[in-house]
Design a protein around this ligand. Structure first.
Ligand code: F2R
Ligand code: MG
Length: 309
């Protein structure tokens, strides 16, 4: 029972944390400092999330309906959610996949492989939505393959897949760690390096470890790690934000979203790990209450936990 309570808190933390990171990161595009962003959060009636969270919701919906990752079902779920709310801030890749499937009857993975001249996408998209995969498959020996399956409907490039798999590993590991006591930095950062399978992500995981160990400040770290819409130039800084502030949701979030770049996605990725580590109690209640569609996000997190029983 104790385990189930902890798991509930961590699944809620991962899902709600990621959505809040996305929504607050989106607010940060106003170019505010920390005080301005805090005040913007206080003043807004609702924290509105973007495509990152719509797709994380889609992943959780599909897993809870099918019990596993199924390409057709997942792609159909993503596509239906996109058609309902195309204004959520999607980049071009996923809508192009949906259009190819609709117009030519291509499979989702086939359409995803055809993007970017046949290379597939290495955009942030497969990683930014990974929270439900890391949570649900946290104890699975084939976590990397599950992450690949979740990516394959829109992101076929090995770097796009690797970014998603490394973040899935980070979320899964965060679920397994007790939040009390010291954060096991050496073990966690080595695990990230060991998980990476492409040189682009591997090099950055090594660099993240060095930057944290040498206490390099966030603006310099962001410059050296990158913060663009490409996953090897964003995921590393999101992980840096978590590793620098593993014991504080607010500090992790502000670090992730206040250093430029793909702010909403940096927030979603960093806070997915933080929420899965510390649990939902670490999320400021006043912020959580403003999260749009929170009930649905929480229900999905709880269903994912129930399915583990
Ligand atoms: N950046 C956005 N949205 C911008 C569009 C805003 C929209 N017009 C609006 O305001 O309504 N946010 C979202 O995009 C990021 C995730 O992107 P995703 O899903 O990975 O998309 P895509 O198109 O596959 O890749 C994004 C860019 O990455 C570069 N890229 C990817 N693969 C490449 C390759 N093989 N070769 C060269 N470049 C590649 C391209 O520049 C893509 O446009 C998240 O931030 C999400 O919130
Ligand atoms: Mg977004």
């Amino acid at each position: 029972m104790a385990n189930q309570i902890v798991l509930k808190s961590k699944f809620l933390g991962g899902m709600v944390g990621s959505a809040l990171g996305d929504a607050i990161g989106e607010l940060a595009f106003r170019g505010l400092g920390e005080a301005g962003l805090r005040s913007a959060i206080t003043q807004t009636d609702a924290l509105i999330y973007t495509d990152d969270t719509v797709m994380a919701i889609g992943l959780a919906e599909s897993i809870t309906q099918v019990g596993q990752l199924d390409e057709q079902h997942l792609g159909d779920t993503f596509r239906a959610n996109f058609k309902r709310e195309p204004w959520r801030g999607y980049a071009a890749g996923p809508p192009t996949v949906f259009s190819l499937v609709e117009r030519h009857g291509t499979s989702y993975s086939g359409a995803a492989r055809s993007l970017f001249g046949g290379q597939g996408s290495f955009g942030n998209g497969a990683a930014m939505r990974i929270a439900p995969v890391g949570l649900f498959f946290h104890d699975s020996p084939d976590l990397y393959e599950q992450a690949r399956a979740s990516a394959s409907v829109t992101h076929a490039h090995p770097i796009g897949v690797d970014g998603a798999a490394v973040l899935a590993w980070a979320v899964a590991q965060a679920v397994k760690l007790a939040p009390q006591g010291a954060f096991p930095f050496e073990e966690f950062s080595q695990g990230l390096v060991d998980c990476a399978r492409t040189p682009e992500i591997w090099d950055k995981m090594v660099l993240v470890r060095t930057l944290i160990a040498e206490e390099v400040p966030p603006p310099d770290a962001a410059r050296r790690l990158g913060r663009s819409v490409a996953v090897h130039e964003s995921l590393p800084f999101a992980i840096y934000a978590f590793l620098r502030h593993p014991k504080s949701f607010e500090a992790c979030l502000f670090c992730a979203v206040l250093n430029g770049g793909d702010r909403d996605t940096l927030g979603a990725m960093g806070c997915a790990i933080l929420g899965a580590y510390l649990g939902v109690e670490a999320v400021p209640q006043a912020w959580g209450e403003k999260l749009e569609n929170r009930k649905h996000i929480e229900d999905l997190a709880l269903k994912l936990v129930e399915m583990k029983e």
